[in-house]
Write a protein that binds this ligand. Structure first.
Ligand SMILES: *Cc1c(COP(=O)(O)O)cnc(C)c1O
Length: 388
């Protein structure tokens, strides 16, 4: 047998982390105590009440059957209540909320509902790779709009050529941002909504980090902007807020036509999320703020310690009170890949090179604060001793 891969798989960008993974393993084999600050996967456990709720839900035979395609009404109602309480945004749980099997699932599938051959999707760069991969899988073309530090890592929509705007169906945004940790302003969201309405472009907002803030300011939802619901679908997730990455539970909310179209795609691909996970999700969304405050406090302490260490090593950090990432400039004379290799060689620390998130990430690297605090402090100690 000779198997021929589909073009969409052949055309996937090379896996930039393969080389790092290989080097990491090499170091481990040599007996080096490697600290991996590469992946953004919370190390802390899921809060106890959520786990308990899942155990109870598991005992119920009605939860063992096929769930609803669009999600349990009780979960969608809990999402609507949470959006109302946290952002003041009103959502109709029956038509403006859909359950996802993790938000990545929805992000990857959404373009299938709106993108045909020849259509353009505007994706930020650097970014979570799923926006552009989902576009390519749907047969669309990706237009990359750079996120530059001089613009506080917000896309300059006026820089997008008229010809691209005409063919564009969707623009992806993600604030608080992975990998840069930047936030969006109300003013930016207002201008974006006006522009999208004028040009008939869907705004797809990835809001996975809305609850990961380490200062006083709370991120706002683009749905708080008047009239945003005419053009916005927002993807959210319980993964980062409640340390639930393994559970695979998220939601999309916003414009009912956009939600319904995503539902059509999903109905033909998956059969909904396990109700046990949705019941646990309801408990998560109803937890007191003190639980998530505790999680935020831990990230805040880790961030402070790591910033001190990086600065004493002479590194320049993009300072922000959002996400559990640090976006750091590589020193003069290095590419991202070279500097990340040096950190592994000389300090036994794995980080992600900025160009792994797109060409405009070159010149930076990302550190994730999602390792136990004692390990993070050990990494900080090693970095502060580096001679750069
Ligand atoms: C972690 C993350 C998600 C959420 O992933 P889930 O599939 O919900 O676990 C979405 N977008 C970005 C940018 C992320 O970093």
């Amino acid at each position: 047998m000779k198997f021929t891969l589909a073009e969409r798989i052949k055309k996937l960008p090379p896996y930039l982390f393969a080389e790092i993974d290989r080097k990491k393993q090499e170091k481990i084999d040599q007996g080096v105590d490697v600290i991996d600050l590469g992946v953004g996967d919370p190390d802390m456990p899921t809060p106890e009440p959520i786990v308990e709720a899942a155990k109870k839900a598991l005992e119920k035979p009605e939860n063992h059957r096929y769930p609803s395609y669009v999600g349990m009404m009780a979960f969608r109602e809990a999402v609507a209540r949470w959006y109302k309480k946290r952002f003041g945004v009103e959502l109709d749980p029956s038509q403006e909320v859909i359950t996802l099997i993790g938000s990545k699932e929805g992000i990857a599938h959404f373009p299938l509902a709106f993108v045909d051959k020849g259509d353009v999707v505007i994706c930020p760069d650097p970014a979570y790779p799923v926006y552009s991969i989902g576009t390519l899988f749907a047969g669309g073309e990706v237009y990359k709009v750079p996120l530059l530090e001089k613009n506080n890592f917000l896309p300059d929509i006026d820089s997008i050529p008229e010809e691209v705007v005409k063919r564009a169906k969707i623009i992806w945004i993600n604030y608080p941002n992975n990998p840069t940790s930047a936030k969006a302003t109300k003013d930016f969201y207002k201008r974006l909504v006006d522009w999208a309405k004028k040009n008939n472009i869907i705004i797809a907002s990835d809001f996975a980090y809305s609850e990961i803030y380490t200062g006083e300011e709370k991120p706002i939802s683009i749905l708080e902007i008047e009239g945003a619901k005419d053009v916005v679908i927002e993807f959210h997730s319980l993964s980062k807020t409640y340390n639930m990455t393994g559970w695979r539970i998220g939601m999309a909310v916003g414009n009912r036509e956009l939600i319904s179209a995503l539902g059509k795609v999903k109905t033909n691909i998956d059969s909904g999320q396990f109700q046990v996970v949705q019941e646990a999700g309801i408990v998560a969304l109803e937890l007191g703020e003190d639980v998530v405050d505790g999680i935020r406090k831990t990230y805040k302490e880790r961030k402070k310690a790591m910033i001190e260490a990086l600065e004493s090593a002479g590194l320049e950090i993009y300072k922000s009170d959002f996400t559990f990432y640090l976006w750091i400039k590589v020193p003069e004379g290095f590419t991202s890949a070279q500097f990340v290799a040096k950190l592994l060689d000389e300090a036994g620390i794995v980080c992600t090179p900025g160009n792994g998130f797109g060409e405009y990430g070159e010149g930076y690297f990302r550190i994730s604060l999602t390792v136990p605090t004692d390990r993070l402090l050990e990494a900080a100690e090693r970095i502060s001793r580096l001679k750069l």
